[in-house]
Design a protein around this ligand. Sequence first.
Ligand code: FEO
Ligand code: CA
Ligand code: CA
Ligand code: CA
Length: 657
Amino acid sequence: MSKPFACKIKDPNGELVSNISDNAAFSKVLDLAVSRRKLLQGSAALGAVTFAPLGLLASGAASAQTAGKLPRAGRLGFKSVPFSTADKVIVPKGYTARALYSWGDAVGIAGRMPAFKKDASNTTAEQALQAGMHHDGIAFFPLPAGSDNSNHGLLAMNHEYIDNGLLFPDGTANWDLNKARKGQNAMGVSVIEVKKDAAGQWQVVRPSNYARRITVQTPMSLSGAARGHRLMQTRADRRGETVLGTMQNCAMGQTPWGTYLTCEENWSDIFTKQGEQTALEKRYGIMKTEDTYRWSTVDERFDAAKNPNEPNRFGWVVEIDPYRPDSRPVKHTALGRFKHEGANVVIAPSGQVVVYMGDDQKFEYIYKFVSKNTYNPANRAANMQLLSEGVLYVARFDEDGSGQWLPLIHGEGKLTAANGFADQGEVLVKTRMAADVLGATKMDRPEWIDCDPYVSGSVYCTLTNNNDRGKEGKAPTDAANPRANNLFGHIIHWQENAGDAAAHTFRWDILVMAGRPDTDDKNHQGSMKDAAFGSPDGLRFDHRGVLWIQTDVSTSTLNMKEYQGMGNNQMVATIPGSNEYRRFLTGPAGCEITGIAFTTDNKTLFINIQHPGEPSKGDTDPLHPTAISSWPDHDPNGRPRAATVVITKDNGDVIGS
Ligand code: FEO
Ligand code: CA
Ligand code: CA
Ligand code: CA
């Protein structure tokens, strides 16, 4: 999410910085002159610069998971839309975009489908049966399970955070536990059933046996080495095995066995602890006080002075089976604890499951998990255990273009009891601190990661921005994060050794330094003017090898002179190696574009519009909720609502053609 106050940030662009480890900048690791990287580092240009990625230079077998579904696209077939400040979703000529599932819409549980009240007066209990706020990651699951059906399926999606000014008729006035509970019911995950009707229009199926809301109150199990650990035990759960709820769910992942991974990102914004804090609390950014969510003032579960281990039970990746609405979600501790953005799953040639994950905060790290056991397409029950056991690695990007995956294994190297890691469970609870010890590379806020479905071991990651890079007292620029005051962000790419996602080494390069059109670098080719974008966040390959990029420039940053003329947040497409980017979509005022889910035939694209109408600071004013945006209802007496948008091509062809 972009909301700066949600993270207690004072600067316009980012978040609290809690990585104060002294990992070396790796300009010191190797002193090799690599001309491209030197060029970038030296120029610190704000202009967009692109390069052909390594993956297209290497030959590689198609990955087991997704290749071969459709022929690889050779070109983009639509014309870029211009920058826009309009309060609507704009897509190219010949395409239609329509809001499908907005905050407050009934999820579709039989007999319990309360209608949205446009003054936000729905009760706490009603909110638990309705879409939450601020949709983010999303995935499409065909029905029936195991099919490739592109006309009927389930959508699982995250509701990342809340805006108390929108959620109640009177905002945070008369604050009490019941209000906090409504907020808790407006976060988490929705599972809805969607189907094309007789006219070919997508509709939400209501009622549906699959419809489900998962909230901050939904019981979930723990798996992996931190399950039952002393650091996970609380008064309410003395065994440390069962957690109530998930929250601040940002991006996601989707497994080949048909489950949804939801990722707990800015969970530390919820907790407070006054007085002296432990090193662990400081490293994860627990605050002394906070006045955005206010849950800890009325619900002592979120007061870490009273429940010191409760924060340890958040910051995980949670696996949800959307096909079984009665199933209990599982928090997989083997995937590490940090501010999880997403969890991108790919199957290695060995059959091991690899999950790529970013920790989205300034100067945090990129991780991957490699499962111990292998994927078996014929044994779903066994696959459901795969994320419980394996090795977690963190990335080091060296200046010569090579990279290392460093394992977080208790007892190896410095990860010992003497250094504060009593066992593997403690390594996982303290993932960031273990990664510090290993010397991982501090990145410019890793967001989404995805793997090229046509080039095995070819991986891309958005680094959304970091306006502290190179500042006095902060980490300097380095080869992988070459721009000081990195307002616009960039996209990094790596090629795993021998095309094997489970490899321990890789080669890396930069796909694009995002930027603005009037400072285009002469090195680029193609239509970079169309490509101009900032703060890349959502990133996903479709089934034709087109790479889709969504932006999350915060509302305060949009007002900066560097961004003038670039309009609302947007979505662009590229075919890696083409050096051509086209703007496919612009969003309504004050929004962020999130979530990318294609049906298997690539003819339907679901995205999310998050926080339309977001003010540049503070909550939305409940007396004037439509001051910035009234999307999607455009009712002056209503409220802006985050929503899932369905996009199709009018002639029924594939998206992007
Ligand atoms: Fe919730 Fe890193 O975006
Ligand atoms: Ca973001
Ligand atoms: Ca977001
Ligand atoms: Ca994001």
